[in-house]
Design a protein around this ligand. Structure first.
Ligand SMILES: [Zn+2]
Length: 316
């Protein structure tokens, strides 16, 4: 039997992680290289000469005297948590195909639960914003699902804390390549049309079980093939990868996260999507996440706690 490529890949081991990012200096140096690959550039006047205050880790521009840190203007801004803990959190969140709970993260990086929660939400927000730039293309299987405080299941209804989302998997030569897990305001034709326009490339071919809202796929100018499968989650082999993907997401949320607050569900789904789409190159994932975190603006707690969808929309 062929070895599972994901399970048997080498990844970034803890010894290697410690060698690369085991001290504050190593982490700082890594971020400096990501932010200024060709050397420091003043964010105010764009000049390159500077002096460096090592104890405070501040760069001071020799022309305009503006002081800046490598964290300023990024997701790491204003955090008092050492970079070594941020890097370990990124490693734990991206180094395997599984999620890590907030409590476990707090234990592993030795911070209070609340700090671990905030770090995790910020990193998942980075993943969410990164996911949004990619479109699925080619042959795609799509299905509808709910996630929330009640038992997750296909087309479950009635709980105000349940959030509707679509799951879509792009396949190539019969194998799954990329997945999308995107929350919607509801399963309406308009919501699917908006989703498809933003997230599915023209020329793709989407297979669904014919739920009425999926007519929105055609309205978005994408080919739609319906395969009627009867009630419940379809067992048809044509839906194999979407069923496997959804099953994995829902069992992972159940086992690791117990339940997730509907306000934060888009971010938890984004983290699953991010990891799934990078599952073949685990060793590179920490650096990939750190690079994007350096490009995304600060995410204060108030922004992260905001309800992304109106509560009235949550029942679909
Ligand atoms: Zn300057």
């Amino acid at each position: 039997m062929a070895r599972n490529q994901v399970q048997f890949q080498k990844g970034l081991g803890m010894a290697q992680f410690m060698a690369l990012y085991g001290t504050e200096e190593l982490c700082h140096e890594a971020l400096v290289k990501m932010r200024w690959p060709d050397g420091f550039v003043c964010p105010k006047c764009a000049k390159r000469r500077y002096s460096f205050c090592a104890p405070k880790k501040l760069f001071q521009c020799s022309s305009c005297h503006r002081q800046t840190s490598v964290r300023a203007g990024t997701v790491f801004q204003k955090s008092r948590t050492p970079l070594t803990k941020w890097f370990l959190a990124m490693h734990l969140l991206t180094g395997s195909k599984n999620d890590i709970s907030g409590l476990e993260l707090a234990r592993q990086i030795d911070v209070k639960w609340d700090t671990a929660w905030l770090i995790k939400q910020k990193l998942m927000e980075v993943m969410l914003q990164r996911n949004a730039i990619y479109k699925l293309s080619g042959d795609i299987q799509i299905d509808d699902a709910y996630q929330g405080s009640e038992k997750a299941g296909k087309r479950g209804r009635g709980a105000a804390n349940k959030l509707p989302f679509v799951a879509a998997v792009a396949t190539r030569d019969g194998r799954p390549i990329y997945m999308q897990l995107r929350c919607l305001p509801g399963f309406t034709k308009d919501a699917i049309k908006t989703y498809a326009r933003a997230n599915i490339a023209p020329g793709s071919r989407v297979l669904s079980d014919g739920l009425n809202c999926f007519k929105g796929i055609v309205a978005a100018g994408v080919a739609h093939v319906i395969k009627i499968t009867g009630g419940g989650r379809p067992k048809d082999p044509d839906f194999k990868w979407i069923n496997t993907g959804l099953g994995n997401v829902q069992s992972a949320i159940k086992s690791t996260l117990r339940s997730c607050d509907a306000r934060h569900t888009p971010r938890y789904l984004a983290a699953f999507e991010w990891r799934y789409n990078r599952r073949f190159e685990l060793a590179k994932n920490l650096e990939r996440l750190a690079r994007v975190a350096m490009m995304i603006e600060p995410q204060p707690r108030s922004t992260l706690a905001a309800i992304r969808l109106k509560s009235a929309d949550l029942t679909g």
